[in-house]
Design a protein around this ligand. Structure first.
Ligand code: BGC
Length: 480
């Protein structure tokens, strides 16, 4: 009886799979009647994609590049799923012309990318590597030739290994190294590039790389994390000052990974836990830049930062950014737990709390979260303008007859964009939206499995296929 029931269920579902119409992209687009268009965001609103050097470039030893912490880390056993690494990645180093053609064909006009520090300064500091400098000149020129604005991130997580060997961000000399690097980049490219971001998501790279050891350089514990936080905060502001000094008419920002934090139950204990997580995830790096100091009141363990703060530092942490880059993927739901050191609470994973939709990263699809976090960041008096510098999702895509019908991703973008527009209509000064990302790429410790791109990449052949989500953006950006 039981077996028959199972068989019947199996039969019904297979039959349904056979007869259910496979939604083609054209059909999908007709079915989905959006009640907004790209023009609702304003004619001067910027649309683009964001990328990062280590995730796409490959060419890890070419033309004088030295290893970064990600080259070292990804070659260590047990660090990356399936033992993968970014040695070749999307081979963007050699295919940037074609990839920028693809971007252009999607009607996007911004290419956000980062510079690999160890391509430019193989010794971390000192004599620059001309081949490295030339590569980014070529990328910038290729953007400009296509009418695409290059937006540069100075640092997206790939510190030269040679500097890590001297302590990396933990060493206060990092401020000197970073200043030299920022000076070199802005003096070299400042004539052609006007849009600059100092860091990509400091809360992510400091916590993942220097507190829990899940990312490069794989260090753990507060003794690594706290000095790193302070030195990165000093560099965040110093980087801003250097760009201001060297680049005429620069638009200067820095980006933050941010997630709205909700409580599991509406209990007071959970509320306090949410405040602590909010500090760690959202407030720790922006507040010092705004002149508010470190948010120690809500997370007392941060008082230990005092050990690394020198006279005059608190002023040096401030910089008047032209814009803030908000990067959002999901929300966090937390619950009090007295046994967890310092945070006194835990994140409840989406699978454990019946979240309705979950991406391949295990993150909840929660469009309202981007609205809430945009409002939260816009509420800071010192924040003048916001760009959504990353938003996107990974789903298991399939190539069928040379096409990728990624309806879930289209649905994700439509719903998140609607919330961005809602925040804009509420008065949040949002200047643009950059999708994460153009190409499927090396997703850090997760390897190549999670695919975030608007363009599918076959990592064996380097063949690119524009996914239906890419075509959706193309049409949306032309839509009346
Ligand atoms: C990072 C990207 C990363 C993406 C998806 C962002 O936090 O800036 O480098 O690939 O999230 O995980």
């Amino acid at each position: 009886m039981e077996r028959r029931k199972v068989l019947r269920l199996f039969f019904v579902s297979s039959l349904a799979a056979v007869i259910a119409p496979k939604l083609s992209f054209a059909q999908f687009n007709q079915l989905e009647k959006l009640d907004f268009s790209s023009l609702d965001f304003g004619t001067d609103f910027k649309w683009g994609v964001a990328t990062a050097a280590y995730q796409i470039e490959g060419a890890h030893t070419i033309d004088g590049k030295s290893p970064s912490i990600w080259d070292t880390f990804s070659h260590k056993k047990g660090t990356i799923k399936k033992g993968e690494n970014g040695d070749i990645a999307c081979d963007f180093y050699h295919s940037y012309e074609k990839d920028l053609d693809l971007l252009k064909s999607l009607n996007m006009t911004v290419f956000r990318f980062s510079i690999a520090w160890s391509r430019i300064l193989p010794n971390g500091s000192g004599t620059p590597n001309q081949s490295g400098l030339d590569f980014y000149h070529r990328v910038i020129d290729a953007c400009l030739a296509r009418g695409i604005e290059p937006w540069i991130t100075l640092y997206h997580w790939d510190l030269p290994q040679i500097l890590q060997d001297k302590g990396g961000w933990k060493n206060r000399d990092a401020v000197v190294w970073f200043s030299e690097y920022a000076n070199l980049l802005t003096k070299t490219y400042g004539e052609k590039v006007k849009n600059w971001m100092v860091f990509n998501e400091p809360s992510a790279f400091t916590a993942l790389g220097y507190l829990i050891g899940y990312h490069a350089p794989g260090l753990k514990g507060l003794k690594n994390y706290l000095p790193t936080v302070h030195h990165v905060c000093l560099c965040q502001a110093e980087g801003g000052r250097i760009i201001r000094k060297n680049v005429a008419n620069a638009n200067i920002g820095t980006t933050f990974s941010c997630s709205h934090v909700d409580v599991f139950k509406s209990e007071e204990r959970d509320g306090n836990t949410a405040n602590r997580w909010d500090v760690l995830l959202n407030r720790l790096f922006i507040e010092p830049a705004l002149g508010m100091g470190y948010p120690t009141e809500s997370l007392p363990i941060l008082r230990k930062l005092n050990k690394y703060i020198q006279p005059g530092d608190l002023e040096k942490l401030q910089f008047d950014f032209d814009f803030i880059g908000v990067q959002n993927y999901t929300r966090e739901v937390v619950k009090a737990n007295a046994f967890i050191p310092y945070m006194k609470g835990l994140e409840i994973k989406p699978v454990k709390r019946d979240a309705k939709e979950i991406t391949e990263m295990g993150w909840e699809v929660y469009p309202e979260g981007i609205y809430k976090i945009l409002k939260q960041f816009a509420a800071y008096p010192g924040v003048k303008k916001i760009f959504v510098t990353e938003n996107g999702c990974a789903f298991p895509d399939e190539v069928v007859n040379g096409k990728v019908n990624d309806t879930k991703r289209i649905d994700f973008y439509q719903r998140y964009l609607k919330e961005v527009l809602r925040a804009k209509k509420d008065g949040v000064n949002i200047g643009g939206y950059f999708s994460w990302t153009l190409l499927d790429n090396f997703e850090w410790s997760e390897g190549f499995k999670p695919r975030f791109g608007l363009v599918h990449v076959d990592f064996k052949t380097q063949k690119r296929i524009i996914k239906d989500s890419g075509y959706w953006f193309r049409d949306f950006l032309l839509s009346p």
